[in-house]
Design a protein around this ligand. Structure first.
Ligand code: R1P
Length: 314
């Protein structure tokens, strides 16, 4: 590995930043807040004013999202009463699409170099906790990242990047900003959301693109996770490494752990032989369309929450 590889990577980013700023009026050159829209949640950017959208394929270094419910542009503009400059990713890159980790986190590093200080990362997630139903928004307080621990998908693998990026051995014990998490709950209170609409919990990151088997869901639940998804954590790690304050909001779109979900083939055959009538069993499978439908139905709550958080931050 060349000794100056990190510096070379940084010079690629300066092309990206120059291209972006070349497309924006001066008042949008330095967004203070970054937003990442999860599956079905690109409506979060709906109330951005004086909006300028830049397609990903016109930005050097950016990939292209191939997932339904993800747009392919950055939206810059002003949000909230005080007109705070923001930038939103209308869709994200997931490792399961085949993107290298450097591409997955490229927009996050670009945000940092543009001046973003606070980032609000959203996603759609499955619930592992029977007490957290579909439609709940979860403020993430910590994570369980099996792909990071096994060493294959940590976004910090590779050369050390020069400043403003942090060291190689990045602590992430404080990655989920406590003050931003408090602001999220204050915002929900001001919006008069019912108490159950926003809760807190732990996100388990899996690589996907398969959804979890029931046993995998129970495994993650037994390890203390509340929701599960296939994104977000690489972005959190890269954002923390770039010095940003991070808030993650997960929208629960489906239940993964459903108690008593297992059918026993042996018991059913025994019952049939004994002539005991059995109740009909409906076997359920989660689909991405269902995930997107919940995003559509509840996306407006998420949008209001994000806007109120930004207002309180300003
Ligand atoms: O995390 P986001 O991008 O919101 O999307 C979630 O929805 C998809 C599965 O339906 C997966 O990509 C999962 O991570």
């Amino acid at each position: 590995m060349a000794i100056n590889e990190g510096a070379e990577i940084l010079s690629e980013f300066s092309k990206t930043v120059d291209t972006i700023r070349g497309r924006l009026p001066a008042k949008l050159h330095t967004p203070l807040i970054g937003i990442v829209c999860g599956s079905g949640l690109s409506g979060l950017a709906a109330s951005i004013r004086d909006k300028v959208e830049i397609p990903y394929d016109e930005i050097p270094g950016f990939g292209r999202s191939t997932v339904a419910g993800h747009g392919n542009a950055l939206a810059f503009g002003l949000l909230g009463r005080d007109g705070i400059p923001v930038v939103a990713m209308l869709g994200r890159f997931h490792p399961y699409e085949g993107h290298p980790m450097s591409t997955v986190v490229y927009p996050i590093r670009t945000f940092a170099l543009l001046g973003v200080k606070n980032i609000i990362i959203t996603n759609a997630a499955g619930s592992l906790n029977p007490k957290i139903p579909v439609g709940t928004i979860v403020t993430i307080q910590d994570h369980l990242a099996l792909p990071n621990l096994t060493g294959h998908l940590n976004p910090l693998l590779g050369p050390v990047l020069p400043a403003p990026f942090d060291t190689r051995f990045q602590p992430i014990s404080t990655a989920y900003s406590f003050s931003l998490r408090k602001i999220a709950f204050r915002a929900a209170h001001e919006l008069q959301f019912p108490r159950s609409a926003l809760t807190e919990g732990i996100y388990a990151w899996v690589s996907g693109p398969t959804y979890e088997s029931p046993a995998e869901g129970r495994f993650l639940r037994n390890q203390g996770a509340d929701v599960v998804g296939m994104s977000t954590i690489p972005e959190v790690v890269a954002a923390k490494h770039a010095g940003m304050e991070v808030l993650v909001l997960s929208l629960v779109t489906n239940m993964v752990v459903i108690p008593d979900k297992y059918r026993s083939a042996r018991e059913e055959v025994d019952a049939e032989i004994a002539g005991i009538p059995l109740p009909p069993v409906i076997e359920e499978e989660v689909t991405h369309s269902e995930v997107l439908e919940v995003g559509l139905a509840k996306g407006d709550d998420m949008r209001k929450l994000v806007e109120k958080i930004i207002e309180l931050l300003g």
